[in-house]
Ligand binder design. Sequence first.
Ligand code: PLP
Length: 396
Amino acid sequence: MISDNMIRLAASNSAIRAMFEEGLRLAAEYGRENVFDFSLGNPNFPAPPEVNRALRDILEEEESTLVHGYMTNAGFPDVRDTVAASLNERFGGTFGKENIIMTAGAAGGLNIILKTLLNPGDEVIVFAPYFLEYGNYVNNYGGVIMPVHSAEPDFQPDAKLLKAAVTKKTKAVIINNPNNPTGVVYSENTIRSISEALDEKQKELGSPVYLISDEPYRELCYDGHSAVWLPNCFKNTIVCYSWSKSLSLPGERIGYLAIPPQAEDGARIAEAAAIAGRVLGFINAPSLMQRAAARCIRTSIDINCYDQNRKNLHGALTSLGFKTTYPAGAFYLWMKSPEPDEKVFVNKAKSLRLLLVPGSSFAGPGYVRIAYCVSPDMIPRSLPAFKELAGEYDLI
Ligand code: PLP
């Protein structure tokens, strides 16, 4: 018999994955080139050549029992040293290997840190719209997710609303910058006001509130934007990084947690997090990928491909009369639905074989998310369908 919790989770299985599966079904029926699947944040550009080269070199040069063996739960010490040195070089700081836990991507890192921090009933604040899996991750450890809405049209989090939402039960706040689903990069002002709000609340409550910074899109910023390095602004920040997007390796499951030395109880949190990873059954992050990530520490995908898609799609949709944010980061366009119930709009789009994700899948109703990490030629091929869709709403 399946547990009550799993029955509930299976029933609410993410609409994003459902749409992805619908895409596969439509592709089988109409041919891949006639389906315009903008549903999943699955990078369409290959990993940089350095990654495959590193993998080959590791297999040839490194000792097999080391590469494929068990290791310290937190990950290879030399890999964690490399990550720490890279953070110190890029952002300034005093990270050492004891502050780094290698993880199975951001999803692994988030689960590890939430298991480490949460007691049942603890609250975790998120800024809506948000990556809805956070709710499941928080629920895994008996926590309660508390969404705080970001204001339209710029979708920057509101520090006043955050302050009002923090209570004695608040253990953590999850922030995701650059943001999925909006593509917004949070301004320095936003980050400063969030840090100040949390500092004040910590003083008032006499207990720490941890800021978990989920950063799989850190390297994907356009037009000179960049994501502020949060540990320099708020000392109780725990960074959750992933190479899924920056090296186009989502299936390989590799990332890390960085728990800064200055974070309150940081050393004990790092020790407990290594054990959390083990008891969750991850044991350690995939070993070959740890070694490859360390060799590719200075490598990142060429974001020009995404940038070109961003410009082409935004330009085309705007000229068809759709209202969308101009994303500064990640690879998502957040578009206003031309009718109040965006699910109806998404269904109309689907009838034209355009696959978009309804904003309610991110606690952002009235909008749709368009993932533009797609093959560049799909964008011009999809435009007649977008044009027909715009025509149905008299946008042009
Ligand atoms: N956090 C956000 C905001 C994401 O968009 C994703 C994946 O799309 C993840 C976490 C999970 O990333 P990973 O593949 O590294 O587990």
